[in-house]
Write a protein that binds this ligand. Structure first.
Ligand SMILES: C[S@@+](CC[C@H](N)C(=O)[O-])C[C@H]1O[C@@H](n2cnc3c(N)ncnc32)[C@H](O)[C@@H]1O
Length: 228
């Protein structure tokens, strides 16, 4: 008995404490994919960015091409549901299943239907000439732009509002990584071959859940119409 006890004591003294920590406390589960990261953020009853649409979308909804609509990075669905309420035929796409579940719940609350697709935009094929309208709010990846224009029908429209490179010095919320922020004239150079109906690089007052106060944004509406 005494021998067994002294063996255990010797063992305990030779195992580094860090190994104890690893074996006794389960490591916090790290989200591996964007979908998992956003599932964790959206896994609460409140809607992180509220239930009302981006003000710019609401302001411009009347001039947008009505029809088959794809809302990219739609999150909890506030913009997708708003468009469905205005009579658009909406599909909401996001990497977060949890976000899209909340989108479906919001659509039900408002008495409309929104189709959903769980997908990662970094490798999602949007197809060719499928949509009358594509929207993108607060998800910036300039590699998507050619895919978006290809996926629009002739005469179709793209509307976006994303944080500009000025956002980190304007307010605390929003991405810090410059790769996710719109640089001056960056979108103009991508869409110069199409008709740009609206372009603004500005600071606005945001009132949308986590986004409260000044926000430095780039706003764009482009039509799939060639220009000479
Ligand atoms: C700041 S939220 C904006 C949500 C929504 N557009 C809004 O304005 O309420 C960014 C969204 O991008 C989505 N997202 C991030 N990375 C993604 C990816 N690789 N593919 C698809 N969606 C992604 C997140 O799940 C999240 O819903």
């Amino acid at each position: 008995m005494k021998t067994a006890l002294s063996f255990i004591i010797t063992l305990c003294m030779t195992i580094p404490p860090v190994l104890f920590a690893q074996t006794t406390q389960p490591a916090a589960r790290r989200a591996a994919t964007p979908g998992e990261q956003w599932d964790q953020r959206f896994d609460r009853a409140m809607y992180l960015y509220g239930k009302e649409p981006v003000a710019f979308l609401k302001e411009k909804a009347g001039l947008l091409k009505k029809g088959k609509t794809l809302c990219l990075a739609a999150g909890e669905g506030r913009n997708a549901v708003y468009l469905a309420q205005q009579g658009f035929d909406v599909t909401a796409l996001d990497a977060s299943k949890k976000g899209l579940e909340k989108c479906t719940a919001l659509a039900k609350q408002r008495g409309v239907t929104v189709k959903t697709i769980v997908a990662d935009l970094s490798d999602y094929d949007m197809g060719k000439e499928q949509y009358d309208l594509i929207t993108d709010f607060y998800y910036h990846d300039q590699k998507m732009f050619p895919k978006i224009m290809a996926a629009l029908k002739p005469g179709g429209m793209f509307i976006m509002q994303n944080f500009s490179i000025d956002q980190p010095k304007t307010n605390r919320f929003g991405p810090k990584n410059p790769a996710y922020l719109v640089k001056p004239n960056e979108v103009l150079s991508h869409f110069s071959g199409y008709r740009i109906l609206h372009y603004e690089d500005t600071v606005v007052n945001l009132d949308e859940g986590m986004h409260q106060g000044a926000g430095a944004v780039v706003r764009l509406i482009v039509v799939k119409e060639g220009v000479e």
